[in-house]
Ligand binder design. Structure first.
Ligand code: SF4
Length: 336
């Protein structure tokens, strides 16, 4: 619940407005696990809250910690038994958390383990927030930046994600600046335009992975609905409205999209949305697919930078714990 919603609920219980502020502080700042801990609330209110509301939690079903770089991968379980993955990464500039927005995914990208078992349900705003709170509590680390890049397509769960962002950035709550949040989409064009109108200051990250309709539609079914020209137009619109440079994710797959011709086509496609940034990802090998990691990552990067497109190679974190999204949940489904 947002603070104004809590104020209105407590008003209906005959409580003064400041009580809602106290409760909100217990939930989002002090992180109480039960109403009984809220020591500055009257006992009568604590017992009413206990009767009518609950403070939900997500339990750590599995936890893998990398010995190489301290990356932690969590498999969280919600009260209905559904599970999602969350990854905590530590960088020199602080800790970054990658959260999931859905249980499974409908989008069907052919290189992704998250979509293999299909879509189950959307995550609620509270369940996105819980991934932050539970991983902070468990790891003892504070999350400084957030990426919505785990399991699920955030713009396919638009209303819940927007509500989550409101809670996340609420001054009296977790108070995270949305400038520290990146939202990754496979390219749901109308939602990108809607997001641009909100001017939230988020970084928009687009999973591109191929520069032509023919190649992109072959690995990302969403491209059959919203083609590359339409997608780049929407990205340009986002940049014009928000002034935020778009980041394009490009997973390099050996023999599929790592050749000089692809680099040339990519440069041509991205010119209208420059200055932008390309994040080259050495694709994770997943058991169920036949893709393998490209050995031409540096060469491809040079072709892009020579062509005037800023490109970096994403550092691989958690290599020893299988940290690519969807793999832990999928392994767990297979074991059960
Ligand atoms: S890459 Fe993202 S949008 Fe595509 S199937 Fe995986 S989780 Fe869904």
């Amino acid at each position: 619940m947002t603070l104004p919603e809590l104020e209105s609920d407590l008003a209906a219980l005959g409580e003064k407005k400041f009580r809602a502020g106290q409760l909100y502080d217990w939930l989002h700042v002090k992180r109480a696990l039960s109403f009984a801990e809220c020591s500055n609330l009257p006992k009568t209110l604590i017992s009413r809250l206990g009767e009518e509301y609950e403070i939900r939690r997500a339990s750590v079903k599995r936890k893998l910690e990398s010995k190489l770089d301290g990356t932690i991968k969590y498999l969280f379980e919600f009260p209905d038994g559904e599970r999602c993955e969350t990854v905590m990464m530590s960088y020199r500039h602080g800790n970054s958390l990658c959260i999931s927005t859905q249980v499974g995914c409908k989008m069907g990208c052919s290189f992704c383990a998250s979509t293999k078992a299909g879509y189950v349900r959307d995550l609620l705003p509270s369940e996105m927030l819980l991934q932050i709170y539970e991983s902070e509590r468990d790891s003892g680390r504070k999350v400084e930046s957030l990426v919505l890049m785990g399991i699920g397509e955030p713009l396919d769960n638009y209303d819940n994600v927007m509500r989550f962002l409101t809670l996340l950035s609420s001054e009296k709550g977790r108070n995270m600046s949305l400038r520290h949040v990146s939202l990754s989409t496979c390219g749901i064009v109308p939602r990108i335009r809607e997001l641009a109108e909100l001017g939230l200051g988020l970084t928009l990250s687009v999973s591109l992975h191929a520069p032509t309709d023919e190649k992109r539609s072959a690995i990302m079914p969403v491209n059959k609905r919203y083609g590359t020209a339409e997608l780049i137009d929407a990205c340009r619109y986002y940049f014009d409205r928000t002034g935020r440079r778009i980041s394009f994710e490009f997973a390099l797959i050996s023999g599929v999209n790592d050749d000089a011709q692809t680099a040339k086509e990519l440069i041509r496609l991205l010119k209208p949305v420059s200055p932008c940034h390309v994040n080259l990802i050495p694709v994770n090998e997943i058991r169920e697919r036949e893709y393998s990691r490209s050995g031409r990552v540096r060469e491809f990067q040079k072709l892009l930078t020579d062509g005037g497109i800023n490109a970096t190679v994403r550092r691989t974190l958690g290599a020893d714990i299988n940290a690519a999204c969807g793999q832990l949940r999928r392994e767990n489904l297979a074991e059960n």
